[in-house]
Design a protein around this ligand. Sequence first.
Ligand code: SAM
Length: 335
Amino acid sequence: MNELIDAHGRAIRYLRVSVTDRCNLSCRYCRDKDMPFIPHDSILRFEEMEDIIGLMVGMGVSKLRFTGGEPFARKGFIGFLRRIREAHPHIDLRITTNGTLLGPHVEELKELGALVNLSLDSLDRERFAAITGKDLLPEVLENLHRMAELGIPLKVNAVAMRGQNEAELPALAALAMDHAIDVRFIEFMPMGEDSIWSDALFWPAADILAAAREHWDLLPCDELNRNAEERGPAKLWKLKDGEGRLSKGHFGLISSVTHSFCTSCNRLRLTADGQIRTCLYDDREWAVRDILRKDGLEAVRRVILDAVASKPIGSEILARSSGPVAKKRMSAIGG
Ligand code: SAM
């Protein structure tokens, strides 16, 4: 048996690869400034990632997302992407990035047919710096607009934090009014033992929706919302303003905590140090780096099949926990 079907009948089609745990930002909800990084020699080499990806594409993976840390913070990332595209011309190729470092690569991203998720929690320069630790909002906005002009399929993801970026809902969502960009608010997830997550900071999707309704009419997108494979876990709406203008993009909510989408999860994760992780919330990991180096790809295939066989539904882990839901912070897993 070669296909990746888990014990709950879910076919694994989507691999998220963290190319590095290093990041030039220290978003407060994601990582601490002084968090130690994985030592360089423990990180998978790009060629090793290419081998594992090739193996998994052969096992049915059709969608790849590169994340981190910050993927563009790893030297050689764009050359790696180019090789991935050459090896897998038809793969659905996506990147999650903070948008600060991709300036020199915008045209190439377009040529490579990569879809980009840009993480952007604030349009206020001071607040952006307070959340991320760096005053880089102008760079992010310049890159966002260049990508939008080139027609790179773009989503903006904002981690919703009560009392932090709550007041920015209208400004952030307005990006979807003027551009063909989906702006999605993600519920803050209690990831990692030292997370700053608290009930006070948690802004549930139902409340975000109510706040959005104070500014716009929200028109449901039934067709899009049925096609979870394409749209991902977000529920999407078109916005209509007081003058009857419809948004070019969509407003979206990802209710990872209050309405988890675990039952339809088709994902597997590969961390930068070569651990297969079957679920964001499940701390079990299957180490493949040393197996690859010592025993080769066939041995890795067996480990992946083992891992997939014990992929949990996921939501039961979330339901059991009253505090942090995983030991690692998001930056060490990739999100
Ligand atoms: N550096 C890249 C970026 O900023 O997009 C990729 C890595 S980052 C870990 C991936 C995504 O995880 C980002 O959109 C980030 O906002 C999100 N994230 C991190 N911690 C989170 C948390 N506790 N809850 C929800 N989303 C989180």
